[in-house]
Design a protein around this ligand. Structure first.
Ligand SMILES: [Zn+2]
Length: 349
């Protein structure tokens, strides 16, 4: 490759890893410059992701922010962002070259963010009405333009390359308009958003025994699946950030109740800092940190504090190489790479 990238290893374990045969051969073809008809087609596909590493400076072991929101409302406070401030957050992220990815893609290391850009995850806790409010006008359901979904959908239209998405962590009272729960949950899934578990009654799992933990998690899955039957609810935001004690932590990840089992791909704490790359050797999908997406009472660890730290290089930022099949890192980061990752090509420069 032009840029003298060194391929450390290519492990073709596509059967086990779930990586398709064509994905692997695509990368292989790219490296070997094969001439076959099939490979030229594949080369064309992957030409989009050929980049000059020394210019783009990808670092796929840098940190990623998982932003934590609660309310969108008219008066800014600790847990409330005004509609205009939420719009400002989205614009700021966009202009500073952040692009949203889903929580599941982050946790599983399936990052397709455009080369040179930084992935960011948006989350909303508690399923408040101001996250997703609708009203009817002449028989049509309309979305309040000042609720979170209204603002996100508006932003998606004006900035299609932001890849707008978010995860909504829900309890029993789903967006507080009972007659529209079905409409709203289906709208979320049809429009690229995700639904996460925040337990049925916002239970503090740090004060719960293992049966209570599993029941609280499964009961929320049952409520969500009443409306979206086949949707796999496999992310959990711990209410109050309360971690189950000791060995019971496993029940935040997996368990069962009422003949329903669960296996979470991501468990989120409440937040104070950006979290590790999913390719970092110490990345723990069951203890993902979040960043408070606010400017009020954030103790210098809110969204804008971290944006400044990333700008000033006081925090190492994840920068994508644009290819989800490779992990591209500067030479001096190899020691923190998770060497057990088998389904990606490691590129250092
Ligand atoms: Zn909560």
């Amino acid at each position: 490759m032009k840029n003298k990238a060194i391929i450390i290893f290519i492990l073709l374990t596509f059967v086990l890893s779930g990586c398709s045969k064509s994905d692997v051969s695509k990368s292989e073809v790219d490296l070997k410059s094969s001439d076959s008809a099939q490979s030229s087609e594949i080369k064309k596909e992957s030409s989009d992701v050929k980049i000059d590493y020394n210019k783009v400076k990808p670092n796929e072991l840098g940190k990623i922010m998982v932003l934590m929101y609660h309310n969108i409302g008219q008066e800014e406070s600790t847990w409330v962002r005004t509609p205009d401030n939420f719009r400002k957050d989205l614009n700021t992220l966009y202009e500073k070259k952040y692009r949203t990815i889903s929580l599941n893609d982050y946790a599983s290391g399936n990052i397709n963010t455009e080369a040179g850009f930084t992935p960011v995850v948006i989350t909303f806790d508690d399923g408040n009405e101001n996250n997703f409010r609708v009203f009817e006008e002449n028989g049509d359901i309309k979305i309040d333009p000042n609720c979170a979904i209204g603002i996100l959908e508006e932003f998606k239209k004006s900035h299609p390359d932001f890849d707008t998405t978010a995860t909504f962590f829900l309890n029993s009272n789903i967006f507080n308009q009972p007659e529209y729960v079905d409409y709203k949950l289906n709208f979320l899934l049809e429009n690229g958003y995700d639904i996460g578990n925040h337990t049925l009654y916002h239970t503090d799992l740090s004060k719960s025994d293992k049966d209570t933990i599993q029941k609280a998690i499964v009961q929320e899955i049952e409520v969500i699946n009443k409306y979206v039957k086949d949707y796999s609810v496999n992310t959990l935001a711990l209410p109050f950030g309360g971690k189950p004690q000791g060995d019971d932590y496993i029940y935040a990840i997996k368990g069962g109740y009422d003949s329903i089992s669960y296996n979470n791909n991501a468990v989120l704490l409440v937040g104070w800092d950006p979290y590790k790359s999913p390719y970092h050797k110490n990345f723990d999908f069951s203890k993902i940190h979040r960043v408070r997406a606010s400017e009020t009472n954030v103790d210098n660890v809110g969204l804008y504090d971290w944006l400044n730290k990333f700008d000033e290089n006081k925090q190492i930022r994840y920068i994508s190489d644009g290819d989800s099949n490779t992990i591209c890192i500067p030479n001096n980061y190899e020691d923190v790479l998770n060497k057990d990752i088998k389904d990606k090509i490691i590129v250092t420069y």
